[in-house]
Design a protein around this ligand. Structure first.
Ligand code: MN
Length: 198
């Protein structure tokens, strides 16, 4: 049985960029629903005792297991996403080690930010924009729907949820305003560094 992890901040900590109302629905309803669906799909099956990542990896691209993959990946992606955010009152801190790795791969920090925002805006429909580590390079990628870099052998460093449920209550159709607000004001780059070191 999987249960919903608590948010690493309070419901009002991301305001004014992400409202308590959005978090209440996004975490309390959407994220919770992925957990409930996953529990239902594996209950009473040999997969019941698997870990979340174990389920995600063994169901990927496996016929008949799409529901398990989609829900397991969405649970993983959301847990990861919450850790990518920091309370709005906290100053942006870009750890030197992360910055150097980004400069090595992109030429500059600003170029990476531009690519990350570009990936978030160009994803057609629901999905995620990511900073990942692959072959000792830092890369920007985007995934559709529930898809996740873990299923592709990439190490996720940072992500932004670009499903409409992440921003519609606060920004309606203005995805760019949401993406700018999150990356400029709420990004927790220390978490990205922890993942880079893993
Ligand atoms: Mn979401």
């Amino acid at each position: 049985m999987f249960t919903l992890n608590e948010l690493p901040f309070s419901l009002t900590d991301l305001e004014p960029h992400i409202s308590a109302k959005t978090l209440e629905f996004h975490h309390g309803k959407h994220h919770q629903a992925y957990i409930d669906n996953l529990n239902k799909l594996v209950a009473g099956t040999p997969w019941e005792k698997d870990s979340l990542v174990g389920l995600l990896l063994k169901s990927y691209a496996r016929e008949g297991k799409e529901g398990i993959f989609n829900n397991a990946a969405q649970v993983y992606n959301h847990d990861f996403f919450w850790n990518c955010l920091r309370p709005a009152r906290h100053e942006a801190v870009i750890p030197v080690e992360l910055k150097n790795a980004v400069i090595h791969s992109f030429g500059s920090w600003e170029k990476m930010i531009e690519e990350l925002k570009g990936a978030a805006l160009s994803q057609f429909g629901s999905g995620w924009a990511w900073l990942v580590k692959e072959d000792d390079q830092v890369r920007v990628i985007k995934t559709s729907n529930a898809d996740t870099p873990l299923a592709h052998g990439q190490t996720p460093l940072f992500t932004i949820d670009i499903w409409e449920h992440a921003y519609y209550l606060d920004y309606q159709n203005k995805r760019a305003a949401y993406v700018d607000a999150v990356i400029d004001n709420l990004a927790n780059w220390s978490f990205a560094l922890e993942n880079l070191k893993d």
